[in-house]
Design a protein around this ligand. Structure first.
Ligand code: MAN
Length: 527
């Protein structure tokens, strides 16, 4: 039924009784507050059965200002039932259903004023006016959607092209990756081959160094033994091959804390918790503890060379002993660490470049350089593979994004738009993130990263959700909902913070324009 004929029919309605309306031309008499579509549920010549089927009452009970039905269906035109529904026809504008509790409550809810029928003068019928405005707005929107849809078509074309470009790039990158992996494998085997030759050539240098190291270690061991033995014999005053408390008590150097006597604690420390030590234990256990003290007494170890500190005598002797102990430990340490400092290790993987300080014969030098070059080339090849993989990941991520049913939002990915209010500059980079920057300085605050489409069931593309922004003080992470509407240009129209740290943006874009959608809406609204 067209809009105009609907109005003319409605205008022929006459009010017959308190609660009943007969619409002559429409031939659909119905109780007050009942919509045309529900009129058949109220046949005046029969008893009325509540919509929920629970009770049947005489028809005269309908709209008698007493609530009989649990579902409120017997009182559509009075406020007797809390859950009743009053229908206003609102001829000239949109029909409306309001809770019947608002009937005759002194407030004009329906534009035709029918909800306040006991005081007919209280509410002016403004439906024609509102309808005109609504139709003008609908017309404006329809034109906007129409014009925007043209731009949208271009966006769709570009979006589809972008997607197919991405798909092509992906295919190319997969090929590049296969090639790069092949090169990497070649470089790997070249590197192994050249390193094997390098290792072979360096073997002779390593062996020489190892020999040298062992020789040095042996010399150091001998010196240590000699020194320790000499001191043991000096302290073992009765020459019985055992050093007792009596014997060390008289030797000042055992007075570790320098309190003038060698006490129980010091015996314990030097004799390793025993009453005495034999020569062997002295060499392995006592001497490493004693030697640093002796060296310090002889002025062989000094704290850090700060001239200002030369006059200060308040060194912590414990610390010095620890440091000296470390040096001694290192001196005595004969493990492998020493061996690797001058030559490339056998395990070239761990030492990317052999140390160049060492001079080799020409042949070896050439092999070292060739192996170094092979290592460099492998590193480059590995980097290339990693870069391609990262590009593949990015493209795949974008290809998986939902850019609308027709790819109309695809070209907007990464496009940024700003909005300023009194305090902040807001920025949205679509499908990426939302930020907020105070105009008084300070750093940018993340208001959310692209999450998902969040429109209602009619159109999921009518809202976007950006989540996991910077945490709100004592609260959740910041998040932003972007309401999307049709507009000839893509731009941010407003930004608000309806709840603390929950932001709401309005964005217009031609991508959201759809003329068919608008027409459907108009007809649903029964203007
Ligand atoms: C900042 C801004 C505001 C937010 C408060 C919450 O000042 O991000 O938008 O409401 O922090 O503490």
């Amino acid at each position: 039924m067209s809009y105009s004929s609907w109005i003319s029919k409605f205008h022929t309605c006459v009010f017959v009784v308190f609660s009943f309306v007969i619409c002559a031309q429409s031939d659909v008499p119905r109780p007050r507050g009942v919509s045309l579509s529900k009129a058949s549920l109220y046949p005046p010549d029969k008893d009325f059965t509540c919509f929920d089927g629970t009770i049947t009452i005489p028809f005269s009970y309908v709209n008698d200002d007493y609530c009989d039905c649990f579902d409120g269906s017997d009182e559509p035109g009075t406020s007797a039932c809390l859950n009743g529904v009053f229908h206003c026809a609102n001829a000239g504008h949109r029909p409306q259903n309001i809770p019947s509790s608002r009937v005759n409550d002194g407030v004009c809810d329906c534009c035709d004023g029918t909800d306040e029928y006991t005081t007919p003068d209280a509410c002016r019928n403004i439906c024609e006016e509102l309808g005109r405005e609504a139709r003008a707005e609908a017309q404006r929107l329809a034109e906007l959607h129409k014009a925007g849809s043209q731009v949208r078509i271009e966006l769709i074309e570009k979006g589809n092209r972008k997607r197919s470009d991405m798909a092509e790039q992906l295919a190319q990158l997969e090929k590049d990756k296969a090639d790069a992996e092949k090169i990497k494998a070649e470089k790997e085997s070249l590197k192994s081959e050249l390193e094997a030759k390098e290792n072979e050539a360096l073997k002779v240098y390593r062996e020489a160094e190892e020999e040298e190291r062992q020789k040095k270690a042996e010399e150091e061991r001998q010196t240590h033994m000699k020194e320790a033995t000499e001191h043991f014999e000096r302290f073992d005053s009765n020459n019985d091959g055992v050093l007792t408390k009596d014997e060390i008590q008289v030797v000042n150097v055992f007075d570790k804390d320098k309190d003038g006597q060698v006490d129980e604690e010091e015996f314990k420390y030097f004799l390793n918790d025993h009453e005495s030590v034999d020569k062997e234990t002295f060499i392995t256990t006592t001497w490493p503890l004693l030697k640093p003290l002796m060296m310090m007494e002889q002025g062989m170890f000094k704290p850090a060379e700060d001239p200002a500190e030369d006059h200060e005598l308040e060194h912590d002797p414990e610390e010095e002993i620890d440091d000296v102990g470390k040096e001694i430990d290192e001196e005595l340490d004969t493990d492998d660490e020493h061996g690797d400092t001058e030559l490339p290790s056998d395990d070239i993987e761990d030492h990317d470049e052999p140390q160049q300080a060492q001079t080799y014969d020409d042949e070896t030098q050439k092999l070292v350089e060739e192996a170094s070059e092979a290592r460099r080339q492998l590193t480059d090849a590995e980097r290339t593979v990693r870069e391609i993989e990262s590009n593949i990941r990015n493209i795949k991520e974008n290809l998986e994004k939902d850019y609308g049913l027709n790819q109309e939002f695809a070209t907007l990915d990464g496009e940024c738009f700003e909005y300023e209010d009194k305090e902040y500059v807001y920025k949205i980079c679509l499908f990426q993130k939302v930020t907020q920057k105070s105009k008084n300085g300070g750093s940018e605050i993340g208001l959310g990263n692209w999450g998902e489409w969040a429109g209602d069931e009619n159109n999921k593309y009518s809202a976007m959700k950006y989540t996991n922004g910077v945490s709100c003080w004592n609260g959740p992470s910041r998040s932003t909902t972007v309401q999307i509407q049709c507009g000839l240009e893509t731009q941010l129209l407003s930004v608000t913070e309806p709840f603390r740290c929950e932001y709401r943006m309005e964005l217009s874009t031609p991508a959201a324009c759809d003329d068919t959608h608008t027409h459907q809406q108009s007809s649903h609204d029964e203007l």
